[in-house]
Design a protein around this ligand. Structure first.
Ligand code: PLP
Length: 424
């Protein structure tokens, strides 16, 4: 069956034909591909067409598809059981690895997705502080938890959903939304509501309005103000943990949050998330403390061994310099190609996460991200797909590289991109 035939069938069976909205390619048009298999930095659709993959499952696959060490760990565990519902020794190993990589995390609770991690972290912050307001930033996406879907990025931005039908106003009104990278707005909000704010949740490097790094002083101001008003600072490192450095964005920018949310790379491609922080905070989580949170599949051994194999490889090989070099080479060359064609663009990149915006202005928050020419993005996306390069099907997302992307793969991707750009 072709991509189109399968997608038509899918649309009759699953809303939009997908299990997660952006996969429907609504923002870019054209038929979504249906995947058959993947290996290294390449992915194939059901028609046998091959693509160089810069989506990388939206971030988890820092080692590429089917890394031998990861496959072996999963095969071994497969013989020993899929799920126990009782603590397994691998969880303790992974907890130890997380704690050793991030000094701000002394205890960790495993969950099954990034959404669960942020949702649970918010409950913990409210329970710990006894306050109800939360602060988030426009264009940041923290999963699909009710209180965090206000002015969200990622699929909410992609589909231009203004509010969130299904989220009662009473819940949305407890979320204060501020512009990213704007210290003045932050100060004003704290002056007004400081005593009632339980926490600020932030993507320390935003990836869900496209990649937007924090400006100098933004994370520092967040840390200072939350401390001053005894609110908790939550770093949502679902996208950045083990991606931008071993210790995440908090290591890169030397800021210690109170709670860290993890996902994506920590599970190496299996459903795994986590939240963690200082002992005095985490000890409030049940059964140690009164704040309830649980999960039938939490700490699932298949997911955990996948995470251990991925992180072990990353910790041993320390691939961040290699990822930096390959990603920089891709961006520099891509920028040259676009400049030669006279296409205005700005590329934001931190290590191996990056976004090409079709504007020549600086992109530092959601409103500047939205100034990108979305029509040009859609054309660019479709031309790349035709030539065999897969990037996220939305302007408001990040591309990811993996250790499987060699210089030769990047060169091949660049010649495909060059052909694609000439055809626009
Ligand atoms: N937080 C951030 C920063 C994310 O990028 C995402 C997903 O893209 C989430 C939370 C939600 O994670 P999940 O899709 O695993 O629920």
């Amino acid at each position: 069956m072709t991509n189109r035939e399968l997608f038509e069938k899918a649309r009759g069976l699953m809303p939009g034909g997908v299990s997660s909205p952006v996969r429907a390619f609504k923002a870019v048009g054209g038929d979504p591909i249906i995947v058959s298999h993947a290996k290294g930095c390449r992915i194939w659709d059901v028609e046998g067409k091959e693509y160089i993959d810069f989506l990388m499952s939206w971030g988890p696959l820092i080692l590429g598809h089917c890394h031998p060490r990861v496959v072996k760990a999963l095969e071994d565990q497969l013989q020993k059981g899929l799920s126990y519902g009782i603590t397994n020794a691998h969880e303790i190993t992974l907890a130890q690895m997380v704690v050793s990589a991030m000094p701000s995390v002394q205890m960790v609770r495993f969950v099954s997705s990034g959404t669960e991690a942020t949702m649970s972290a918010i409950r913990l912050a409210r329970g710990y502080t006894g306050r109800k307001y939360i602060v988030k930033f426009e264009g940041c996406y923290h999963g699909h938890y009710d209180g965090l879907l206000v002015s969200a990025g990622s699929g909410v931005a992609t589909l231009g959903i203004p509010g969130t039908p299904g989220v009662p106003e009473e819940i949305a009104s407890l979320t204060l939304v501020l512009p990213y990278n704007n210290v003045e707005a932050l100060k004003e909000a704290f002056e007004k509501y400081g005593e009632d704010i339980a926490c600020v949740i932030v993507e320390p490097i935003a990836g869900n309005m496209g990649t937007v790094p924090p400006k100098d002083g933004f994370l520092e101001a967040l840390r200072e103000l939350t401390r001053k008003y005894s609110a908790l600072l939550i770093f949502d490192e679902v996208m950045t943990n083990f991606r931008v450095s071993k210790g995440g964005a908090q290591e890169l920018y030397s800021i210690e949050p109170d709670i860290t949310c993890m996902g994506k790379v920590i599970g190496g491609g299996m459903p795994l998330g986590a939240y963690g922080g200082r002992k005095e905070i985490m000890e409030k989580v049940a059964p140690e403390g009164p704040i309830y949170q649980a999960g039938t599949l939490s700490g699932n051994p298949m997911a955990v061994v996948c995470g251990i194999a991925t992180l072990s490889e990353v910790f041993e090989k320390n691939p961040y310099e290699q990822l930096e070099q390959t990603s920089k080479y891709l961006c520099d060359s891509l920028s040259e190609i676009l400049s030669r064609k006279g296409i205005p663009h700005t590329i934001n990149r931190v290590g191996s996460m990056l976004t090409v915006f079709f504007t020549d202005k600086e992109v530092y928050d959601y409103s500047t991200a939205k100034s990108s020419d979305l029509g040009m993005f859609a054309k660019f996306f479709r031309a790349l797909l035709r030539e065999g390069v897969l990037i996220p099907p939305s302007q408001f997302e990040a591309w990811f590289l993996s250790t499987a992307h060699t210089r030769e793969d990047i060169d091949q991707a660049l010649s495909r991109i060059e052909r694609a750009v000439s055809s626009i």
